[in-house]
Write a new protein. Structure first.
Length: 270
């Protein structure tokens, strides 16, 4: 499930980011001419070009995959915890898992959903890809002016920025899929009523310092944050770690971990 969703989302995002790059480049090519710019005019033009892109399609594409993945993560956790037959728990768990995935998808593009299901600006979004995009575009415009590039040259440069590349699509897809799966697991743990502690399970060939510190912290309260400040994975882009429920053994408090993740479980692919 996880790998299949990641592959689908990567393909979709590659297309959509490329289209946005083309749109933004077309709107900003004139900035290569200094005479066209006023004090702060480039910043305003860049903001307008980025904000005017089709972010609805990006947020919807991310939500479509991550909602399913979050539900899958929740379902697997509920089964492991032995409460999957309790409809009052499963119904509430799945609803909240989907809502959280949808909200995260909107925040990814600096937005949130209003009561009517429309995307609106979210100034508090702390992981918006649009922020990096704006910075890259500003640097490209400044360099084009310094080099005396033509409008066509600037358009090509903007369209080829990393923000609109397949590599960026891969990074977003992998990151958001893993984060949503972990979020679904956490929602299941909370709603189950049987989990009081959780632990961080580091994964990957090279584990970063933050993730290693989170794992070394051992079990913590279900509502506490790990040393990195995260409630559950992810701790950074492309993080592959998992969160697990922890049940102390009355006879040996150092044992009894119960893993509710599918850490790179390829058997879940459909």
């Amino acid at each position: 499930m996880v790998k299949t969703a990641e592959s689908r989302l990567t393909k979709t995002l590659t297309s959509k980011l490329a289209a946005i790059g083309k749109h933004v480049a077309g709107k900003l090519s004139h900035l290569a001419k200094p005479a066209q710019m006023s004090e702060g005019g480039d910043r305003k033009a860049i903001d307008e070009a980025v904000d005017g892109a089709d972010w609805m399609s990006v947020a919807s594409a991310v939500a479509a995959e991550t909602e399913a993945v979050a539900t899958d993560g929740a379902k697997r956790a509920l089964l492991t915890l032995g409460v999957a037959d309790d409809e009052s728990i499963t119904s509430q768990t799945f609803t909240k898992a989907v809502d959280e995935a949808k909200a995260r998808a909107a925040e990814l593009v600096g937005k949130s959903w209003d009561e009517d299901g429309n995307l609106v600006d979210n100034p508090d979004a702390d992981m918006a890809i649009t922020d990096t995009m704006r910075d890259e575009i500003r640097d490209a415009v400044a360099e084009a002016i310094e080099n005396g590039d033509s409008a066509a040259d600037l358009a090509d440069t903007i369209e080829g920025l990393g923000s609109f590349s397949e590599e960026r699509a891969i990074m977003i897809a992998r990151t958001e899929i893993v984060a949503s799966h972990a979020s679904g697991q956490m929602r299941a743990m909370r709603e189950s009523g049987v989990v009081e502690q959780k632990a961080w399970s580091a994964a990957g060939e090279e584990v970063c310092d933050d993730c290693q510190e989170n794992e070394d912290a051992g079990p913590i309260g279900i509502d506490d944050d790990f040393p990195s400040g995260d409630d559950a994975p992810i701790a950074h882009p492309l993080c592959r770690c998992a969160v697990v429920a922890y049940f102390p053994d009355p006879e040996d408090e150092d044992s009894g971990d119960e893993d509710t993740s599918d850490e790179e479980d390829d058997s879940s692919d459909e």
